[in-house]
Design a protein around this ligand. Structure first.
Ligand SMILES: [Zn+2]
Length: 167
């Protein structure tokens, strides 16, 4: 997850934390993330979000997009263009497709949260809020999909002996 060092303020009241966790839970259920055939990219595309892989871009074009990027890390970016009444009309997420599946899920959820929480480059708490949303989604994935939990442990806690009975 992106760190907060580049932000001048880091303020996330508990009511906002709760609001974002509840939003994540609602989306998780409504979009049926728990389904075996759930496809994160397909879900995002169904919400009129253009999802692109970093590997499709030249380095120069990636750099250009970074300038308009709402997000604050290297693994993913999102661009949102709003019209005069504040409605988002162009929504795009690009992600580092060299990462493993769980990392890709984290990146996509992080960028998705910037869009649904209507963050802009000026959003002071944007990264903190995106991290809350993403963490909630990961926890829900772990609760609903034992297999994912096992994969997550494999990926993030290599060297730590996992319970052999957990799969
Ligand atoms: Zn971000």
């Amino acid at each position: 997850m992106p760190n907060q060092n580049e932000r001048t303020q880091y303020l996330l009241p508990s009511w906002r934390f709760k609001q974002i966790s509840e939003l994540a839970t609602r989306i998780f259920i409504e979009e049926e993330f728990f389904r075996k055939d759930f496809d994160t990219v397909r879900m995002l595309e169904s919400k009129d979000i253009n999802v692109l892989k970093y590997s499709k871009f030249s380095e120069a074009n990636l750099k250009k997009m970074q300038k308009f990027n709402v997000s604050f890390w290297k693994e993913g970016l999102c661009l949102v263009q709003s019209d005069s009444d504040g409605k988002h009309k162009l929504k795009m997420i690009a992600y580092d497709d060299t990462k493993d599946d769980i990392h890709k899920f984290i990146i996509l959820m992080h960028e998705f949260s910037h869009i649904i929480l209507e963050h802009s480059q000026q959003s002071v708490n944007g990264e903190a809020e995106a991290n809350v949303f993403t963490t909630a989604m990961l926890m829900l994935q772990m609760i609903f999909m034992n297999k994912k939990l096992h994969d997550f442990v494999e990926v993030h806690f290599k060297g730590v002996k996992s319970d052999e009975n957990c799969a």
